[in-house]
Design a protein around this ligand. Structure first.
Ligand code: BGC
Ligand code: BGC
Length: 649
């Protein structure tokens, strides 16, 4: 429970956006909502609170029950077909909307999706770098453009709502969702997250807001998820209320000011109380002090974690301030429990009307409560892949790469040389995309799942061949390997929430292959450029020592070919692009460290936030060569009993 003393001293800011200060529009919307509310039966009201998952709901159910919303969970697509076409999505969206219109209440439905790095559940969409990479690029204008393009892609599948941006401030890199956060710096999260939100939704002060080129965004997850003990997903965050406000809520404050209309409750607890059941955080703080007038959606069955008895759990969550329940499968059971609780008075009419009214208000903003609202099928259609989208993705990648080390000015490479590219990761688009890509964890994807993609290898091949050099590709190196330069591409395999939690950060303890190869190359006197694919800082001192140049590529997405734009000179001996990316998180150089550096007396043990070399700096060539390689006894590990993607030695 929140400390009473803190309640008295911590003042949460009012977060008005241009939407709420537009009084004329607000009055019109309120009138529309009031008129609708009056005519809804209790059953119809309860149905608006339910968000059912695609795999468990059919348009006929929506026709019959008039549910408020559906979602497709990670990796769920029309007809369970991972390669469903844009038409399949579009048609299904239209079927659901027609069904909603034909239901007794006749209120259009919201469809939500996790478009968290492009429209990533949809076959052939351009996949952008994950948020950690965008934090390294730290460019608000780029964020807004990425948001706008993502919004159009989502619209083109008939969907109107995305569960993004994630405004977490990850503090422990063992957390498998670290890459969903932009930075450890709350100010960067706030600036980039609100720019993304503006791109997705449009300017709240203009008529473009949430129009047919834009989507509804989500300020997620409220609040404190990045600081759970030991980085355990859905764990417990222990911190003072002032830290909750100044560190973890800063992104949400900026998002609300930029016009966020949906807030997703976080799975984690704060000081032992689950956020999904915290009326202090949801009612008093968010809807009260901060003045949030949109609706709160639960996370995936998050309400159900409050009690073993489903009805009790629903009641506690709704009474704490959750307005819409995201249900993984048993939406019918949840609907009946909530209806029961409303009938018995456990959820009173005031609370019910408040929740439904909030949802209808957002539907009204979309024009869904007036007769001229159009089904997606009546709008103009476009296609997902396009040259301009791919070029935008490439720009994002070029700006996000961080150069940790560049001994003897090895980079930029001259393309007219003999180059060997080492490692299967160079070709592995699935790995370059990471989690939340076609499947929930990003696993079980193959190259053919990405028709429009360009791997890191393909970019290198084009560069070198165009310049008259030679390039070969191999997964193994030995004493016969010959080349002027080797580029070793390696990194983390895809993971997402839960599965991606670690209990130590050492990369080579998990997979020593690349390190061994680098050492062989070094013995042969072949200079090594290391390209590291990762969703978080890992402890990589051995790899840093064994390479001459080291680039963090993060999880670049489907246009990894752009890496070559930065690491090579253009034909005419000029640099095409300099390194612009800077570390968005401090990077541990001590194997016992697992979390961020907010503590000044440990500064020497990290590369600090903002670190990153560029060609212009002409930096000395001796850095990061004799780093301490001892691991072992000092490794700290959490007492975590969940599942691991990785073996933990
Ligand atoms: C995640 C959310 C996501 C939701 C829907 C949850 O497990 O925490 O970020 O939006 O599922 O897929
Ligand atoms: C995720 C969903 C996913 C599901 C798989 C959830 O926690 O958020 O998007 O499809 O798990 O079981």
């Amino acid at each position: 429970m929140a400390d009473v003393a803190f309640k008295e001293t911590v003042a949460w800011p009012q977060c008005k956006s241009a939407l709420s200060t537009n009084t004329r529009r607000t009055e019109q919307i309120n009138e529309l909502v009031e008129a609708r509310l009056k005519n809804l039966s209790v059953e119809q009201k309860v149905a608006q609170l339910i968000q059912a998952e695609l795999a468990s709901i059919k348009p006929d159910d929506v026709r019959r029950f008039g549910l408020g919303s559906i979602l497709n969970g990670g990796g769920v697509s029309p007809n369970a077909n991972k390669r469903a076409s844009i038409e399949d999505w579009w048609n299904l969206a239209n079927e659901f909307q027609s069904a909603a219109r034909e239901s007794e209440a006749g209120i259009p439905i919201f469809w939500g999706t996790d478009a968290v790095h492009g429209h990533n559940n949809v076959f052939s969409a351009t996949i952008f770098p994950h948020n950690i990479a965008l934090g390294a690029a730290n460019d608000s204008d780029l964020m807004e453009r990425l948001g706008a393009v993502t919004a159009r892609d989502v619209q083109d599948t008939g969907i109107d709502w995305v569960f993004a941006p994630t405004l977490a401030v990850p503090c422990d890199y063992r957390w498998g969702r670290t890459y969903e956060g932009y930075s450890q710096e709350p100010e960067i999260v706030a600036r980039l997250g609100s720019a993304m939100l503006r791109g997705l939704q449009g300017d709240p002060a203009s008529t473009e807001f949430f129009d047919e080129n834009h989507v509804l965004a989500t300020s997620k997850h409220f609040v404190g998820e990045g600081s759970t003990r030991d980085g355990i997903d859905q764990g417990d965050t222990f911190c003072s209320e002032i830290d909750l406000l100044n560190i973890h809520a800063l992104g949400h404050i900026a998002a609300l000011k930029a016009g966020a209309q949906v807030v997703m409750a976080a799975f984690n607890s704060w000081n032992n109380e689950k956020v999904h059941g915290s009326s202090y955080l949801l009612q008093d703080v968010l809807k009260g002090q901060m003045g949030f007038d949109g609706f709160v959606v639960s996370d995936w069955d998050g309400f159900a974690q409050l009690d073993d008895d489903l009805e009790t759990a629903c009641v506690r969550s709704i009474n704490a301030g959750v307005d819409m329940l995201m249900v993984s499968s048993d939406w019918r059971g949840v609907y009946e429990r909530v209806l029961n609780a409303v009938t018995s008075g456990e959820i009173d009419a005031v609370r019910l009307n408040d929740a439904v009214g909030r949802i209808l208000r957002v539907k009204a903003l979309r024009g869904m409560l007036t007769s001229n609202w159009r089904l997606p099928s009546t709008r103009s259609k476009r296609t997902l892949g396009s040259k301009s989208k791919r070029e935008l993705a490439r720009e994002a990648i070029r700006k996000s790469l961080v150069l940790l080390k560049n001994s003897h000015g090895l980079l930029p490479l001259k393309p007219g040389k003999r180059i060997v590219v080492v490692g299967k990761s160079a070709h592995d688009i699935a790995q370059q995309c990471g989690g939340w890509t076609l499947t929930w964890q990003g696993t079980n994807n193959v190259t053919d799942d990405f028709p429009d993609a360009a791997s890191i290898a393909s970019g290198i091949r084009t560069k070198v061949r165009d310049a008259g050099g030679t390039v070969s590709f191999t997964d193994e190196v030995d004493a016969d390997t010959e080349a002027d330069v080797a580029i070793v591409v390696f990194g983390e395999e895809p993971y997402a929430e839960g599965e991606g939690d670690l209990n130590h950060l050492s990369f080579s303890r998990w997979d020593p292959t690349a390190l061994v190869q680098m050492k062989v190359l070094k013995d042969l006197g072949i200079p090594v450029v290391a390209l590291f694919l990762t969703g978080r800082p890992r402890w990589i001192n051995p790899e840093l020592n064994a390479s001459d140049a080291f680039v963090v590529c993060w999880l670049p997405g489907t246009q990894g070919g752009a890496v070559a734009d930065v690491i090579f000179k253009d034909g005419a001996d000029t640099v095409r692009c300099d390194f612009a990316g800077r570390l968005p998180f401090s990077w541990p150089l001590d194997s016992s460290l697992t979390s961020i550096d907010r503590d000044s007396n440990q500064r020497d043990s990290y590369l600090p936030v903002g670190y990153g070399l560029s060609y212009e700096d002409k930096v000395s060539f001796e850095q990061l060569t004799e780093l301490d390689e001892t691991t072992g006894t000092s490794l700290r590990g959490p007492s975590f009993s969940g599942s691991y993607n990785y073996p933990n030695p």
